[in-house]
Design a protein around this ligand. Structure first.
Ligand code: ATP
Length: 258
């Protein structure tokens, strides 16, 4: 048994996970999801989503591949160009990157909206409080006074002045039905998902095939670098991004290791 094998899945604090562990990011991700479930932020189903993501990240080599970096830059440019950008937060997103989503919102002028597949007032409250602990001021998602067309009642709920009115929306780790329905609302949709074959990245205008714990800080870095760019430069970044190529590159890396 190596020392690494003694890093049990249930460490008390994430600082106990050695940063030089070959699967550090995976252990960190799993730890944050487990804490999310304990805190009532993440639904148990979020653990299954995490397991699927973990397998794809292993095959990607747990790194941001160049086409994902391009997608993250294009996503940052879209958010900066938007009139009403919104970042959607579900239970896994809140557990994995709460402070990082607040930083991305600050860097791009976007709103944060809690948007849950398994929606209960308790979980909405727990996630809102968790985001506030990580520096969020305004958090949308409590009103739920509008509906996404073509979805059943519970899953369709959004804020009228949030996701419903947004022109650019970031929906990380989103369920395929909702990603499709949002796309039909004629919004620019940015998806973060480690599985390039999943429906959500397949319908997205900007599919980011990367672990959210790497993708969000990298988007913030790009947004900060582009913050003083002219509109024309931002439009060029958006236009030069090739979504088909990004999806193909990610699939090739996963299937062939290339
Ligand atoms: P579909 O979108 O076709 O309905 P699905 O049922 O596999 O696919 P969900 O369970 O709704 O999708 O969402 C989980 C998705 O999130 C998976 O595709 C998984 O790869 C992805 N995922 C899980 N953890 C992460 C993470 N840390 N970063 C990025 N993506 C992740």
């Amino acid at each position: 048994m190596t020392d690494y094998d003694t890093v049990s899945a249930d460490v008390e604090h994430e600082e106990e996970i050695p940063e030089d562990h070959p699967r550090y990011q995976d252990l960190l991700t799993r730890h944050r999801i487990e804490r999310g479930v304990e805190k009532g932020i993440t639904h148990l189903q979020g653990m299954h989503a995490e397991g699927r993501g973990s397998a794809f990240d292993y095959l990607l080599g747990e790194e941001t591949i160049p086409s994902a970096d391009d997608a993250e830059r294009a996503a940052a440019a879209h958010l900066l160009l938007a009139d009403d950008p919104v970042l959607s937060i579900n239970g896994n997103v809140a557990a994995l990157v709460p402070g990082e989503m607040v930083e991305l919102a600050d860097a791009t002028g976007a709103d944060l909206e809690v948007n849950l597949f398994n929606r209960t007032p308790e979980r909405i409250g727990a996630i809102t409080a968790h985001l506030r602990e990580h520096g969020a001021e305004d958090v949308k998602g409590l009103e739920a006074d509008a509906r996404i067309p073509n979805l059943d009642h519970q899953r369709a709920k959004v804020d009228e002045d949030g996701i419903h009115a947004a022109d650019v929306v970031l929906v990380p780790l989103e369920d395929g039905d909702r990603a499709e329905a949002l796309n039909e609302m004629d919004k620019t949709e940015i998806v973060i998902d480690l599985n390039p074959l999943s429906r959500s990245p397949q319908v997205a205008d900007v599919p980011i095939v990367d672990n959210i714990i790497r993708a969000v800080p990298n988007m913030t870095e790009h947004a900060n670098a582009l913050t003083d760019a002219e509109e024309a430069e931002l439009r060029t970044v958006v236009e030069e991004f090739d979504r088909e190529r990004a999806l193909e590159d990610a699939e090739r890396r996963i299937r062939d290791g290339l």
